[in-house]
Write a protein that binds this ligand. Structure first.
Ligand code: AMP
Ligand code: GLY
Length: 422
């Protein structure tokens, strides 16, 4: 079959790498793709937020199946446009994607589903929000309601910080995303991510991972899209996964179906775990990036069968088969990220690295120009390894990092520290 993957990050490169290995995949197209995806697929220049353009492209190129990687096209309704044209597609409708595109919507769903999460209140004016913060005290969490590219959450350790966040959000710093604000109880605990394939009320767990959100070692510095990840997340034991399915995921799916907006795609539950109880921090309606890279490394070719079963509503016929292994990915980013960074620096040494079922470099912001590989984004490479132990996977990944010649890049040297007990 002909398959189109929408997106251009490390997440989409790892999806392409896994899907490409499945014999069902004939032609693989990525839009817009990156230099890494260009090596294994045809890359097409396509506005992936324009559902009509994506649909027309699929018709012209006889695409049988579309996998939507990032949240923006989902929130823009690209999946709806494709399904209306009878094109098989992996990813939720615009209405169901509100589980990521509106924080207050998710909170309403959690309340209706009685799913455990932080106590919350919604405000559309600054005075009432300030009064609420003064009444609750710190620590407290302030969130812009809409999509804010991961920058709309302020975990305020003092009342002062929370009040400043309110000023910033209502002064329009977050654009339309900040017109409404959700203020939440601060939850303590350890965070982990749980990925579940869903169609209507059927669901299939697809693995666990832990991310490293802060830019620098020791979980210091500004928040980023994620600087590294590993899978599995040891804190998400089988029994805790069952608890999350019973108390959070299935009730959410029931409530979405009851409202006439059933969910189809991967549901990424960001969880806070304390005293062996999990509460929901947030939902995302897509795979995590870089969490996807470690899941794909562990699952390989079967990923296509799982995503197809999800899209075709046959989830009860399949299972994710995990080996007893561990995967770890180290993100290499341009110096300055997540703030301002230079574009165009050259990356050398990738051609000499192993490219196997247990060692891969997934590209994010890369481009080939004049035959040279150049960094054109904030997060640029995902150096990924799989091994029987997490320690070995970590060592293999850093061996590859050390062989990459890119003075303008940086990475954290401590990915995996929590699970390795360091
Ligand atoms: P989100 O964009 O909702 O994932 O939030 C970004 C990060 O903020 C999360 O990964 C958590 O580390 C933190 N966070 C969000 N909500 C809370 C909360 N209620 N309590 C504690 N930390 C939170
Ligand atoms: N790595 C976090 C995310 O994808 O949202």
């Amino acid at each position: 079959m002909n398959i189109l993957i929408l997106g251009s990050g490390g997440r989409e490169h790892s999806l392409a790498w896994a899907i490409k290995q499945n014999p069902k995949c004939d032609r693989l197209i990525c839009a817009p793709g990156n230099a890494g995806m260009d090596l294994i697929a045809d890359c097409a220049d396509l506005d992936i937020l324009d559902g009509g353009a994506v649909r027309d492209f699929c018709v012209e190129n006889a695409v049988d199946f579309v996998v939507i990687g990032p949240e923006a096209p989902l929130a823009a309704g690209v999946a709806d446009k494709l399904r209306a044209a009878g094109i098989l597609c992996f990813g939720p409708s615009q209405a169901a994607a509100r589980l990521e595109s509106s924080k207050s919507f998710t909170k309403e769903i959690c309340d209706a589903a009685k799913a455990p999460t932080a106590a919350w209140a919604r405000f559309d004016n600054a005075d009432a929000a300030r009064a609420h913060i003064r009444a609750q005290g710190a620590p407290i969490v302030v969130k812009a309601d809409g999509l804010a590219a991961g920058k709309g959450v302020i975990v305020a350790m003092t009342e002062e910080q929370a009040l400043t966040a309110i000023d910033d959000m209502f002064s329009g710093q977050f654009g339309a995303a900040g017109a409404e604000v959700v203020i939440e109880e601060f939850m303590e605990g350890e965070e982990a991510s749980f990925f579940v394939l869903c169609n209507g009320e059927t669901c299939l767990p697809m693995g666990t991972a832990q991310d490293h959100k802060r830019a620098y070692e020791g979980d210091k510095g500004p928040n980023t899209g994620g600087m590294g990840a590993y899978s599995p997340a040891p804190i998400l034991t089988d029994s805790l996964q069952e608890q999350v399915l019973d108390r959070i995921i299935r009730p959410t799916l029931r409530e979405m179906a009851r409202r006439g907006t059933p969910y189809q795609g991967v549901l990424y539950a960001g969880l806070m775990i304390a005293d062996r109880q999990a509460r929901l921090v947030e939902y995302n309606v897509r795979f995590g990036d870089p969490e996807c890279q470690v899941l794909m490394m562990r699952l390989g070719a079967q990923v296509l069968d799982l995503l197809l079963a999800c899209a075709e509503d046959r989830l009860d016929e399949v299972r994710a088969r995990f080996a007893d292994d561990h995967a770890l990915t180290v993100v290499m980013a341009a110096k300055g990220y997540p703030g301002a960074y230079e574009k165009g620096s050259e990356i050398r040494g990738l051609d000499d690295l192993p490219s196997t079922s247990s060692q891969q470099v997934f590209h994010a912001g890369t481009k080939l120009s004049d035959g040279r590989l150049r960094a054109v984004g904030g997060r640029v490479l995902n150096v990924t390894a799989r091994a029987p132990s997490l320690r070995k996977a970590r060592d293999l990944a850093y061996e590859m990092v050390d062989a990459i010649d890119w003075p303008e890049g940086f990475c954290r040297r401590d990915i995996g520290w929590r699970a390795l007990g360091e």
